[in-house]
Design a protein around this ligand. Structure first.
Ligand code: BG6
Length: 472
């Protein structure tokens, strides 16, 4: 086993899925605060106006806002070296377009970071994890309006300045490549068109503006503290050709270019890749570049590449195959893989493959900032939770990462997703649990919010203590 000595082991959450306290201490409404709970079969409903009689899972979530001390202490007990969390933009700028920040929001994250530092944990902060202030959606149609770039900059420079001595690692936009698909328009870019129809040209223009916001943040961040390490974050969608038909291979290449390489190239290489010109032409998209945009993208290249990885799928030009689910996007079932209860196919070897592929393309340090198994956990009569399935999943991925490191990949950290149970982003459920720490709360919002350790808690503690050697 060969994990580097300072490998950053840890876990990850996002504000809207964990904090709750959605309207406390001056916080404004964010996009996620408008999403009702759903399930695998029932899509989450988005309400333009929050309704009194509906249940919105983010409003209380798992109340990290009031439990952060206890939760971070448990992360410390597991030996976390890093804790990935997001700052809720609407806690700092409730509407998004104010000039002065909300001090109560800033004070909350000061306390959270101090607690991390107390436990020897390095915070890794996502600046935007599906949490744009809703006011910016209503008034500006999100990033389709370039003024939102300045609002974002005002927010990011405010928090980077404030926490410059407490936080070194930053990510700009969570799963930015989600915006290459229609349903990523609202979630990532804050666009809401009439009749909720997708406007492709507007979406790609808004994505361009988001790239600029990210690049400017990188440039300004490095001015605030030259030691900052600022990364991009993508949901890596790994596809295999279903058959050796060259057309299947070509399809996989085209999807890979659009879904993964486009956003990765812009943020790591600092320029639009050649293949997007043809795609834009075919779809009548004409991206408006302002004079300094090209230069800015070059100057604002990220320091590292981070990504989420849960599963893989197959693709084929042959329609009518059996389909399955996945993060952000499903695909054709792979006969060689098992799937989670939510249909996400489990593929540790795919992680080794993906790490090699990314390192070859970008030659910058990599970090896996999301990975894990969403499963239904059973609390036994004595209160124990025997989540061997989760341990098995994680063990295989820890082995795969190690193999990639042995292949020569520069991988410097791993934050397991949902280290404490939280609200599922995709379905809004509580019962799709990822955590080492169980939270007593159900899909209807009932429960005591009590925290308890699952079997995987001690397993991960051992993994971290042995730097990935003791994985039994
Ligand atoms: C990623 C997101 O898409 O996957 C997380 O960054 C999300 O916010 C995670 O929770 C797992 O997805 P889900 O739908 O199981 O919560």
């Amino acid at each position: 086993m060969s994990y580097p000595k300072n490998f950053l082991w840890g876990g990850a959450i996002a504000a809207n899925q964990a904090e709750g306290a959605w309207d406390i201490d001056g916080k404004g409404e964010s996009i996620c605060d408008h999403k009702r709970g759903g399930s695998l079969k029932k899509q989450r409903v988005f309400d333009k106006v929050i309704l009194e009689d509906e249940y919105y899972p983010s409003h209380e979530a798992v109340d990290f806002y009031h439990h952060y001390k206890e939760d971070i202490a448990m992360f410390g007990e597991m030996g976390f070296k890093v804790f990935r969390l997001s700052i809720a933009w609407s806690r700092i700028f409730p509407n998004g377009d104010e000039t002065e920040p909300n001090e109560a929001g800033l004070a909350f994250y000061d306390k959270v970071f101090d607690e991390c530092i107390k436990h020897g944990i390095e915070p890794l902060v996502t600046l935007s994890h599906f949490e744009m202030p809703y006011h910016l959606v209503k008034e500006y149609n999100g990033f389709s309006d370039r003024r939102v770039i300045d609002f974002f900059l005002n927010y990011t420079t405010t928090v980077m300045e404030r926490y410059k001595d407490k936080v070194k690692y930053w990510l700009t936009f969570n799963e930015i490549n989600f915006a290459t698909m229609p349903f990523g328009g609202l979630t990532v870019l804050g666009i809401q068109n009439e009749n909720d129809e997708d406007n492709m040209a507007l979406r790609f223009q808004a994505l361009h503006n988001t790239f600029i916001a990210s690049a400017k943040t990188v440039v300004e961040g490095h001015k605030i503290n030259s030691e900052f390490k600022i990364g991009c974050m993508l949901a890596h969608m790994t596809f295999y050709p279903l058959t050796p038909n060259p057309e299947d291979m070509l399809l996989v290449q085209q999807w890979d270019n659009l879904l993964n390489n486009f956003c990765g190239d812009v943020q790591v290489k600092g320029k639009y890749p050649y293949f997007m010109s043809e795609y834009f032409k075919d779809n009548n998209i004409d991206i408006v570049f302002e004079e300094s945009d090209k230069e800015l993208l070059k100057e604002g290249k990220v320091d590292f590449y981070s990504f989420s990885y849960y599963s893989t799928n197959c693709a084929s030009i042959d329609q009518g195959r059996e389909m399955t689910m996945g993060n952000l996007m499903g695909g054709i079932k792979n006969p060689y893989l098992e799937a989670s209860e939510w249909g996400w196919q489990i593929d540790p070897t795919g992680l080794r493959y993906t790490l090699n592929k990314l390192y070859d393309r970008y030659e910058v340090p990599l970090m896996v900032v999301e990975n894990g198994l969403g499963a239904v956990d059973v609390v036994e009569e004595d209160g124990s939770i025997i989540d061997d399935y989760r341990i098995d999943y994680l063990r295989e991925h820890v082995i795969a990462m190690n193999e990639a490191i042995e292949d020569g990949v520069d991988l410097f950290g791993y934050t397991m997703w949902g280290c404490i149970d939280l609200v599922s982003a995709g379905t809004g459920e509580m019962k799709k649990r990822y955590g080492f720490i169980y939270v007593d709360k159900d899909n209807n919002g009932e429960g005591t919010l009590k925290r308890s350790k699952k079997k995987s808690f001690n397993w991960y503690k051992k993994v971290i203590a042995s730097n990935g050697v003791d994985i039994a």
